[in-house]
Write a protein that binds this ligand. Structure first.
Ligand code: CAA
Length: 260
């Protein structure tokens, strides 16, 4: 049996998934895309998992893109399937019912940046480099990069990165709104796990409401988005956790959320 290209580790409600092909800078071949898809489906279904952290093996790369060696052999028909496989994975991650944090520990290029952008939050090491270099291969991004980059950072940034093909450093990525935070590489894991622990202790149904309202609501017009927000807001009044959270505030104590 060959080893899975995705490692999984659990601690205190946080599942850490690690793309594990360090000799190929964690490049995404079909096998790895499928393994990630299964890993995210399992994390979504497991009530013990409150937060997912996604990262890459080794000190050099988060993910250096789709696997160029594999792409070099694909027909156009196979490339369509490859793109749909990647896009399907990114959409699964974006629509996860629990927060997903990308811990960007190095190169996040092409499919690697697309993977990071599908996550809900991104913390980057100061040594990270992010970009959409597909034009250098005679290609365009194929796992949703043109669309998510546009929505995340705007048209100017999307065109700068996708037309230019050159990576940006972490400081510029922060300036463009591509990442939420930049931390010294030595502190990346501790800072990411601190955020993950905070989210793992928050009310899961409320987090899910935020994800639904922001991710799905953000894809509608203002009127529909506001209606969607109201529906999420009202629904949470049926949860025990909302009663607990408000009662704990009034009782000046820490809430105990139970995902109910
Ligand atoms: N696919 C396949 N293999 C890759 C890879 C990739 N995306 N990125 C790196 N590797 C492999 C290299 O071929 C090399 O393997 P060998 O040792 O067997 O030769 C190994 O990983 C180490 O890489 P380098 O020797 O190149 O390391 P470096 O430090 O000199 O350079 C780098 C690092 C700048 C990230 C360089 O590896 C690089 O430019 N990688 C490609 C980045 C890229 O173009 N990504 C976009 C892919 S296209 C895409 O993602 C399309 C899409 O949207 C779906």
């Amino acid at each position: 049996m060959t080893a899975s290209p995705v490692l999984s580790r659990d601690a205190d409600g946080v599942r850490t998934l690690t793309v594990d092909r360090p000799d190929k800078l964690n490049a995404l071949d079909r096998n790895t895309l499928q393994a990630l898809d299964q890993a995210f489906a399992a994390a979504a279904a497991d009530p013990a998992v409150r937060v997912v952290v996604l990262t890459g093996s080794g000190a050099k790369a988060f993910v250096a893109g789709a696997d160029i060696a594999e792409m070099n052999t694909l027909t156009a028909i196979e490339a369509r399937e490859f793109s749909l496989l990647g896009q399907g994975l990114m959409r699964r991650i974006e629509r996860m019912p629990k927060p997903v944090i990308a811990m960007v520990n190095g190169y996040a290029l092409g499919g690697g940046l697309e993977l990071a952008m599908a996550c809900h939050l991104r913390i980057a090491a100061d040594s990270a480099r992010l970009g959409q270099p597909e034009v250098n291969l005679g290609l365009v991004p194929g796992f949703g990069g043109t669309q998510r980059l546009l929505r995340l950072a705007g048209r100017a940034a999307a065109l700068e990165l996708c037309l230019g093909g050159a990576p940006v450093d972490a400081a510029r990525a922060l300036q463009l709104g591509l990442v939420n935070r930049v931390v010294p590489v030595a502190e990346l894991e501790a800072e990411t796990m601190k955020l993950a622990a905070q989210l793992a202790n928050a009310a899961p149904l409320a987090l899910r409401g935020v994800l639904d309202a922001v991710v799905l609501g953000g894809e509608c017009g203002m009127e529909e988005g506001l209606q969607f927000e109201t529906a999420q807001f009202a629904l949470l009044f049926a949860s025990e956790d909302m009663r607990e959270g408000t009662a704990a505030f009034l009782g000046k104590r820490k809430p105990q959320f139970r995902n109910r």
